[in-house]
Design a protein around this ligand. Structure first.
Ligand code: WQD
Length: 336
């Protein structure tokens, strides 16, 4: 099976490529390194002993994308490429709408022109918005996003659904990720944020290693067991395995299928800090500050559909996630 992975050197993309290679898939990676490094490819080789075919290409470059499809038979595309920083998307909405939407539309056009109509798309739990009460399940109507990044996920889900309604040959799998953390157990690949991390776990690991003085906890007046926000943290290797499981479902079923990839278990910010301190025997100094605009109190998945239909279940607990995040950070204090 030949699988084209866009954004395959990013955080979730690289972990997924490893799972694909370990399952003897042939992998073609397309990435423009806008938020990743070439070194990722060496690390993937070290971990798996296998090579991927790599193209340094922007998915908006239609000619280059068309050439890739001419060079290789492609059975299915896993589409990760896209900008993902929530705060930056508020400051630069056009950058986000332009890149995430037009990049994906170009990819879909090239796929259609080459009769490749199987796609797995990286969506996000952010599409549930604020209207629902957790656990979120896939049958709930999607809500309002609180930022342009979130809207790009909502709109891209809609575009893929419309494409499938227009042409029943398409197989579209929408994977809604909850909060991926952790890293490959080798410590060779992991999350490598540029600048100040937006997300909780990379901020914690940078405090632990002394790069940042203390963590700011955004609000302790939410209606949760300790007042801090609750999320469904999922080990990135579990998430990556969800993609491998989604492939056979995608190839067997035409139309649109939507799956939450989460553990079903919610932990607060303070739970995560304590778990990290206990697992790794380090202190994480923090102070409570105001809520962050756009955050919701509680988000966690109902993962039943993926459990049943993909035969997939998250295996790794919070302790393992904390160990692996720290292992990656310690071994790579400056990232890749
Ligand atoms: C988790 C919890 C914060 C940082 C976001 C996007 C989502 C997806 C993943 C990705 C919340 C609290 C955080 C900090 C804190 N997008 N927090 N101090 O907001 O659930 O999801 O990332 O590519 O679309 O919205 O994840 O890790 O930012 O926050 O207290 O310095 O940690 O308030 O409760 P979030 P997060």
């Amino acid at each position: 099976m030949s699988i084209l992975v866009t954004g395959g050197t990013g955080y979730i993309g690289s972990h997924t490529v490893i799972e694909l290679l370990n399952n003897d898939q042939e992998v073609i990676v397309v990435d423009n390194f806008s938020n990743s490094k070439p070194e990722v490819l060496n690390r993937i080789h070290t971990i798996t002993g296998k090579n991927v075919t790599f193209y340094q290409t922007n998915i908006e470059d239609k000619q280059a994308m068309a050439q890739i499809f001419k060079n290789h038979p492609v059975d299915l595309v896993i589409h990760f490429a896209g900008y993902k920083a929530v705060g930056e998307s508020v400051e630069k909405p056009l950058k986000y709408y332009h890149n995430n939407l037009s990049g994906t539309i170009t990819l879909l056009e090239v796929m259609q022109e080459n009769q490749v109509k199987n796609i797995i798309f990286s969506s996000s739990a952010t599409v549930y918005g604020e209207a629902h009460k957790a656990p979120f399940d896939e049958s709930m109507p999607t809500g309002e996003a609180s930022n342009p990044y979130g809207y790009t996920k909502l709109v891209l889900e809609k575009i893929l659904q419309d494409l499938s309604y227009s042409d029943s040959e398409w197989s579209v799998t929408l994977l809604r990720y909850f909060n991926p953390i952790g890293a490959h157990h080798s410590g060779l690949i992991g999350e490598d944020p540029q600048g100040i991390p937006n997300n909780l776990m990379p901020y914690i690991t940078q405090v632990a290693i002394g790069k940042r003085r203390e963590l700011q906890v955004f609000g302790n007046d939410y209606p949760t067991h300790d007042g801090t926000g609750v999320r469904d943290y999922i080990h990135v290797v579990d998430l990556a395995q969800g993609h491998q499981k989604a492939i056979s479902h995608n190839l067997k079923n035409k139309g649109v299928a939507i799956f939450n990839l989460g553990t079903g278990q919610g932990y607060s910010v303070l739970d995560l800090i304590r778990a990290f301190e206990k697992a790794n025997q380090v202190q994480i100094p923090y102070q409570i500050v105001d809520r962050r605009p756009g955050d919701i109190a509680i988000a966690y998945a109902n993962p039943e559909r993926a459990n049943q239909e993909l035969n997939w279940r998250a295996q790794k607990n919070l302790y393992a996630m904390c160990l692996d995040s720290w292992n990656w950070q310690k071994k790579n204090p400056e990232g890749f």
